[in-house]
Design a protein around this ligand. Structure first.
Ligand code: AMP
Ligand code: ZN
Length: 471
């Protein structure tokens, strides 16, 4: 599989450290509010990546954190903790907020068929891990204590901006407006590993540490949780493009300084979902959620298809019109699949050919729009319905669009409607008309048709026989 690696800035053949096992880490949600559909675009594409790797034969161990402490409103280490802000907003405790929005996040994931990572770890459950790494960094001279906080010393690194060919716009995302300079920092890019002093003294969750009672910085949690479950060598780390700087840059700085060797080989960044007025943001307050889409009558699968139709390394513009197009495409696709009958033999060589295109799409830097095209190719292929159904079931292991189960529902619905329409008396009259026609008794056939018409029944003669419907 070829994947674009943000570290090398090119597509590379993906080769994990162990031949059949992939160690994958993905940054999880900050649980102070609902996830917006932009966040969920990132989780959908990471889900497709994980499923593609599994589909291609790798065992994947995937770990994700839940940020329930330490993510400040400003990346410059000066803002209030987002969790505390959420708790104040809703008059709840931080832990109540964390539980509520963690559950809401996984509900959204379920609706979008996003698989739960093998390990999901809230940051508040790994404080010892973080303290161990911070201590190690201090011992090795990569960190210093100033004004009560522990900082990472970026001047000790040969290269700090590892992703620095990201365009200015990406870099700017990390450096938010209203940044206040922290006078304790020796260098502009130094970042907090452990806080004991903050101007927000009402920080709710605090722990004892060798540097005093306090709480961890945001970046340390991903390094700590990843190392705890995946060890010293990571194959692939994923997240949204806004996390490349400073979050992932800082993760690399502290992890490699602590470990003394390269930490993660591949970095996978999903570009943003924007609205026509700009970037979607949780902190803006008003934003689009899966529940909102549902309340407007959209099937979450239409949103998943909308995401799959474009490449993860392109910004995607959300508009209701674009979503309508995806919803219609999904409806038509499922209706088409519903006409396939599970009859005939599966033609193994035809199936292999169909799979080749699909696999080729995944291998080419996770080209999901081509993978979706491979689904339409199946429908157009000249092979048995059984072969087509087998191919669709196979592809859906990665796409997770409910291709077969949604089609089944359409068929059930049609059958129910047909049953509701059934009327033995009308059936008998239609049969008498067919018999009259056969006997060339056209007067009788016409009389019956007129009688049915008067009762609001329309007769439709088709090559498969005569049908009727109420008009
Ligand atoms: P957060 O909960 O804010 O920590 O973000 C969760 C994930 O969503 C991270 O991987 C972010 O990089 C990603 N993300 C944030 N905004 C967007 C967006 N507009 N489009 C796509 N991904 C995003
Ligand atoms: Zn992270």
């Amino acid at each position: 599989m070829y994947l674009y690696n943000s570290l090398s800035h090119k597509k590379e053949l993906f080769t994990p450290n162990a031949p059949d096992e992939v160690k994958m880490y993905t940054c999880g949600p900050t649980v102070y509010h609902y996830a917006h559909i932009g966040n969920l675009r990132t989780y959908i594409m990471e889900d497709v990546l994980e499923k593609s790797l599994r589909y291609l034969g790798y065992n994947v161990k995937r770990v994700m954190n839940i940020t329930d402490v330490g993510h400040l409103a400003s990346d410059a280490d000066t803002g209030e903790d987002k969790m505390l802000k959420g708790a104040k907003r809703e008059n709840k405790s931080v832990m109540e907020i964390a539980k509520f929005y963690t559950d809401a996040f996984f509900d959204d994931c379920d609706k979008l068929n996003i698989k739960r990572p093998d390990v999901v770890q809230p940051a508040t459950g790994c404080i010892d891990e973080f303290i161990r790494i911070v201590s190690g960094l201090l011992d090795k001279g990569f960190a210093y204590v100033a004004g009560g906080n522990v900082y990472f010393d970026t001047s000790r690194l040969d290269k700090y901006y590892v992703f620095n060919d990201h365009d200015q716009e990406d870099l700017a995302v990390g450096v938010r407006e209203g940044v206040e300079e922290d006078p304790n920092k020796r260098n502009k890019n130094d970042f907090v590993l452990w806080f004991t002093k903050s101007k927000f003294e009402d920080q709710a969750l605090k722990w004892d540490s060798p540097w005093g009672v306090g709480y961890p910085g945001w970046h340390i949690e991903c390094s700590g949780i990843s190392m705890k479950y995946l060890g010293e060598y990571l194959d692939i780390h994923a997240g949204g493009i806004d996390n490349a700087f400073p979050h992932h840059t800082n993760e690399i700085a502290q992890s490699e300084s602590y470990l003394g060797h390269k930490w993660c080989n591949y970095w996978f960044h999903v570009h943003h979902l924007n609205t026509d007025t700009g970037k979607m943001s949780k902190s803006k307050g008003e934003f689009l959620t899966v529940s909102l889409l549902e309340s407007k009558g959209y099937d979450p699968m239409a949103y998943r298809l909308f995401c799959l139709q474009s490449h993860y390394r392109r910004n995607l513009v959300f508009s209701w019109e674009n979503l309508d197009n995806a919803a219609l495409a999904y409806q038509k696709l499922i209706a088409k699949i519903a006409t396939l009958k599970p009859e005939g033999e599966v033609d193994a060589s035809a199936l292999e050919k169909l799979k080749e295109r699909f696999v080729g799409a995944l291998n080419g830097d996770l080209n999901t729009s081509l993978a979706v095209t491979a689904v339409y190719d199946v429908l157009k292929a000249k092979c048995s319905d059984a072969t087509k159904l087998a191919a669709l079931a196979d592809f859906d292991r990665v796409l997770s669009l409910n291709l077969l189960s949604a089609a089944e529902k359409v068929r059930d619905q049609e059958a129910k409607e047909a049953a509701a329409r059934a009327d033995p008396e009308i059936d008998a009259l239609v049969a008498s008309r067919t018999a009259a026609k056969k006997e060339k008794n056209f007067a009788e056939a016409d009389r019956i048709r007129d009688e049915l018409k008067a009762r609001g029944i329309e007769i439709i003669d088709t090559p498969q026989g005569t049908k009727w419907r109420r008009v």
